[in-house]
Design a protein around this ligand. Structure first.
Ligand code: NAD
Length: 299
C-alpha cells in the first residue's frame, strides 16, 4: 500500500521495508515452528474485486508457506460447505468473500463459521465483543485491523498508551457503515477514545466510548472537523469534495473505487488509497492466532 505524506516522497506500507519485515516475521515463525496452517476461502459472488483479493491472498500465502485453497461455490451451497469446513481438522481458517446475498442471509452465513476458524472475526460473538467487552476480543475483523495498523504506522494510533486512550482527542469520520468494515471500525476507534462520526446513505451516527447515537448532522458538517477521514463507498462516481477536508487530514480509502478527489494529496498529510494488501497481512496474522487457539497454545 502506498502512503503519500505531504511534501515528501511516497512511503510504502505493505510492500516497503517495514511491510517486508512484517511479512518476513510471519514467514520466519511459520518455518521455525514447522507448521503449515491451512486457510480456505469461499468465493460465491462474481465481484471482480473479491476475485482479485482472493488471488492476492493465494499468492501472498504461498510466498510465506501458508496453505490457501480457494473454493468457488454456488451461493446456495455455501452454508453446507462452511459446515463441512468447520468439522474438517485439516482446515484452520475459513473466510468468505462478502457480500454473497447482500442481505440478512449474509449475517447467518457469518455466524455459521466456527468461532475457532473465524479468521475474519465477523461472527456475532467476535463482533459483539468489540461493542460490549473489548477485553475479551481475540480476533479483530481484518479490514478494521488493517486500518488500525496503518494509523499505528503513521503515529496516530498510539500503541505506547493504555487501551482506551490510544486515539484520545481524535475526531474521525468513516463513510461506510457496513457490518464487515465501517461499523466495527467505528466501534473499535471509539473504544480507543476517538469521537467517530459514522456516515452511511441515510444518516450520521456518533460513536463514543459508551454510546452510539443517531444525529441530525450532515456529512458536510462532520468531515471538516475530522482529523481522520476514512472512505469505503462502493460507487465509482462517488467523490468526497476535497474542499470539505481539514488541512492536514489523514485520508484513507478502503473502497475498490477512488472515493477522494485527485487533489487529495495537496490537502492531506497522509493519503492511503487502498488497504487490501495490509488486510491480507492481517488475515495471515489472524490465521496464526487461530492455529494457536485451536492447539491450545495461546488461548
Ligand atoms: P456495502 O455495500 O456492504 O456497504 C457500503 C456502505 O457505504 C453502506 O454503509 C452504505 O450506506 C454506504 N454508502 C453507499 N453510498 C454512500 C454515499 N453516497 N454516501 C454515504 N455512504 C454511502 O459494501 P462493503 O462490503 O462495506 O464494501 C465497500 C467497499 O469497500 C467495496 O468497494 C469493497 O470492495 C471495499 N472493501 C475493501 C476491503 C479491503 O480492502 N480490505 C474490505 C471490505 C470492503
Amino acid at each position: 500500500e502506498r502512503i503519500k505524506r505531504e511534501g515528501s516522497k511516497k512511503k510504502s506500507f505493505g510492500g516497503g521495508k517495514k511491510g517486508g519485515k512484517r511479512k518476513n516475521q510471519i514467514k520466519r515463525v511459520v518455518s521455525q515452528r514447522k507448521i503449515k496452517p491451512n486457510l480456505v476461502g469461499f468465493l460465491a459472488n462474481d465481484d471482480p474485486a473479491a476475485k482479485q483479493y482472493a488471488e492476492h491472498t493465494a499468492s501472498s500465502c504461498k510466498e510465506i508457506g501458508l496453505d490457501f485453497k480457494l473454493v468457488q461455490v454456488d451461493k446456495d451451497a455455501l452454508k453446507s460447505n462452511i459446515i463441512k469446513a468447520n468439522s474438517d481438522k485439516n482446515i484452520n481458517g475459513i473466510m468468505v468473500y462478502y457480500p454473497v446475498f447482500g442481505n440478512h442471509i449474509d449475517y447467518t452465513l457469518r455466524n455459521s463459521v466456527d468461532h475457532l476458524k473465524d479468521i475474519e472475526g465477523l461472527a456475532h460473538n467476535a463482533v459483539n465483543s468489540i461493542y460490549h467487552d473489548p477485553s475479551k476480543k481475540k480476533i479483530l475483523p481484518c479490514t478494521p485491523l488493517a486500518i488500525i495498523k496503518i494509523l499505528e504506522y503513521i503515529g496516530q494510533y498510539k500503541n505506547s498508551l493504555v487501551h482506551g486512550d490510544r486515539l484520545k482527542g481524535c475526531t474521525v469520520t468513516i463513510i461506510n457503515r457496513s457490518e464487515i468494515a465501517g461499523r466495527p471500525l467505528a466501534a473499535i476507534l471509539a473504544k480507543e477514545g476517538a469521537i467517530v462520526y459514522s456516515v452511511d446513505k441515510y444518516n450520521v451516527q456518533k460513536f463514543t466510548k459508551n454510546d452510539i447515537l443517531d444525529t441530525d448532522l450532515e456529512y458536510t458538517q462532520v468531515v471538516p472537523k475530522s482529523d481522520i477521514v476514512i472512505t469505503g463507498v462502493p460507487d465509482a462516481n462517488y467523490k468526497l469534495p476535497s474542499n470539505l477536508l481539514k488541512p492536514g487530514v489523514i485520508a484513507i480509502n478502503f473502497s475498490t473505487y477512488a472515493n477522494f478527489e485527485s487533489d487529495i494529496t495537496s490537502k492531506a498529510s497522509y493519503f492511503v488509497p487502498s488497504v487490501g494488501k495490509v488486510t491480507v497481512a492481517m488475515l495471515k496474522r489472524n490465521l496464526l492466532k487461530l492455529y494457536d487457539y485451536q492447539n491450545n497454545l495461546n488461548y
